[in-house]
Design a protein around this ligand. Structure first.
Ligand code: GLY
Length: 582
């Protein structure tokens, strides 16, 4: 069914008082569609009864669909989507990257939280990006070999498939391999990323030969991007599974590059890479059960903290885009990000006070600190690099099926085009996940986020993430699976989408397409997507003391909801994502 028809029916259904089997629709708030989401794109929304998929790419959604049509299960579909995203979005994710995977298994009613994020190589030093004058050399944690952390994606996807997949592993990689072999037209976001990173890509002959033309200009929109070396690498992984990446010729080429460029990664790092199966975080919001990613993601902690702080305010009574609602939500985000900077890091290295951070009494005490009519200033205001606020690195997909299973997975190579270097002869773009560590306490990373001691660089440690794959359960069945790319903005975007859907009762499409706001404590700016709230509400926010920036928030939510007997998938219309269902 087309989006407009579907939305119209949703409103009619709501107005005549019918209730969806799973979600009451007693309040319909008025969305304000973000300018970036107002372009009508095809296939962003799908409704079906057997399964539904939303990914950030057309080929990736089709790859997942193909697995279902071959008789595969939700995990086969998720693995196929992951590898295809690695080909289709080389600016966002890739087989040198990592990610988090949340899986609600209907059979056991258990939610698994699988962490296959990159880890610090064993030779790293806490101050490796600080020069002798005590100055943080920012470009070294972003560009080139020292920015690269030990990749986890292939190990993670292989292990998940071993445990839960049904089709042969090889088949789940085939759509990705074919796409790399045959190519696809460069689309605007990819072209923008190549342009943004052209200066770095130009310095690496392997990256230039794939992503730049002969005159070293980035490929324009419409150019067919063929990645033959990447296709051959995928073939090796098809044949050898995990070992296809961590041993053999790919590993050898990576280690050789690392040696040549004075990098730190060696074979011991690859041999010692372990996927971590973690306990998901659990919270409740208005009676809905929320399962989300624990540390080393900060995302889950702060999504829950945000919802806890605001639950008793029943924001719907103030209206969705009023100054009061935006202020309360913005102030809750400000508090969450201040805590993130202080407390969050890898739980295998420091004690992270998760229980306290997501407890209701703590949320109540934090809520009491927020006045109803005044913005608070951060003590030390440091501006982030606003140039990076529009980047769309990282990717997310969500899937649900009629067996009652749900997947939410967020995967990344960190910044656009990762470290800007490619392992020679493999087509694999290396991540720059080392930038997610706190290189220097009190100094901002590429997302303008300040980090604390628990996120300092250490061998084998996982850099702090904001990736927030989340699954919401209601009536003992998955109700909503969602997540987003976008660095620190992920937390705000996921939290607000939940608020839009569960508190303001917007339809799923509008929950995603409505304007978003983001406040990350430092920089001390309330960012609101264009066109923003009404002029009157905007003025009220400014009068409260907010410095408001009407600018893109820069994340894209992919979600699937169970609505009655239907699964409803929405890929954020701000980007090229698509949905499919049957
Ligand atoms: N690399 C972005 C994140 O993990 O939050």
């Amino acid at each position: 069914m087309k989006k407009t028809t579907y939305t119209f029916l949703f409103f009619i259904t709501a107005l005549i008082g019918c209730k969806s089997e799973t979600l009451e629709t007693h309040i319909i708030s008025t969305p304000i569609i973000a300018k970036a989401a107002s372009v009508q794109r095809i296939n962003t929304e799908a409704v079906g009864q057997k399964f539904a998929i939303a990914t950030q790419g057309d080929h990736s959604t089709k790859a997942a669909l193909q697995m279902f049509s071959m008789g595969g299960n939700i995990i086969d579909a998720a693995i196929a989507a992951s590898f295809t995203l690695a080909v289709e979005r080389p600016q966002s994710t890739g087989i040198s990257g990592g990610g988090f995977f949340l899986f609600y298994e209907a059979k056991t009613k258990k939610t698994y939280a699988i962490d296959f994020r990159e880890r610090g190589p064993h030779l790293v030093k806490e101050n490796m990006f600080i020069d002798k004058n005590d100055v943080y050399q920012k470009s070294r944690s972003k560009n080139g070999i020292l920015a690269v952390a030990v990749p986890g994606l292939v190990a993670g996807l292989f292990e998940i498939h071993q445990k839960f997949g049904s089709l042969p592993f090889e088949k789940t990689l085939e759509p990705a391999r074919q796409l790399a072999e045959n190519g696809f037209p460069v689309y605007p976001n990819l072209s923008e990323a190549l342009l943004d990173r052209a200066d770095i890509l130009r310095q690496d002959p392997s990256a230039s030969s794939i992503f730049l033309a002969k005159d070293l200009k980035p490929w324009p929109v419409g150019h067919i991007l063929v990645q033959k070396d990447l296709a051959a690498s995928l073939r090796k992984i098809q044949r050898k599974g995990r070992d296809g990446f961590y041993k053999g010729s790919i590993a050898k080429a990576l280690i050789q590059l690392s040696k040549k460029e004075n990098g730190l990664i060696d074979q011991m790092d690859l041999d010692n890479y372990h996927v971590r199966w973690r306990e998901p975080l659990h919270g409740q919001f208005h009676g809905y059960e929320i399962f989300t990613m624990p540390p080393p993601s900060s995302g889950g902690v702060h999504v829950l903290q945000f919802l806890n702080i605001l639950e008793k305010d029943n924001l719907a009574k103030h209206g969705i885009f009023t100054a009061k609602s935006i202020h309360l939500a913005g102030a809750a985000l400000q508090e969450a990000f201040a805590d993130r900077a202080q407390f969050l890091g890898d739980p295998d290295f420091s004690k992270i006070p998760v229980k306290a951070l997501i407890s209701l009494p703590y949320a109540e005490s934090r809520r009491r600190e927020i006045s109803l009519d005044r913005a608070r200033k951060a003590n030390e205001v440091k501006m982030g690099n606003l140039q990076h606020y529009e980047s769309s690195d990282t990717t997310h997909f969500s899937i649900m099926d009629d067996q009652g299973n749900a997947v939410a997975s967020t995967q990344t190579i960190n910044g656009w085009m990762g470290a800007g270097i490619v392992i020679p002869g493999t087509g694999i773009v290396l991540n720059n996940e080392m930038d997610d560590f706190t290189a220097q306490v009190g100094t901002a990373n590429m997302f303008g986020a300040i980090g604390g001691k628990p996120n300092s660089i250490e061998p084998g440690k996982t850099p702090l993430s904001s990736m927030s794959p989340t699954i919401i359960i209601h009536d003992q069945k998955p109700l909503l699976s969602l997540g987003a790319p976008g660095g620190t903005r992920i937390i705000s975007c996921v939290a607000q989408t939940i608020l839009n859907y569960l508190e303001y009762k917007l339809p799923l499409y509008e929950s995603i397409a409505s304007i978003r706001y983001h406040h990350q404590w430092q920089p001390d700016i309330l960012q609101i997507e264009m066109p923003g709230p009404t002029k009157i509400e905007l003025k009220k926010l400014q009068d409260m003391g907010y410095e408001v920036s009407l600018s893109p928030v820069g994340c894209n939510v992919m979600a699937v909801a169970r609505e009655g007997n239907n699964f409803h998938a929405v890929a954020d219309p701000r980007d090229i994502g698509t949905s499919a269902s049957e």
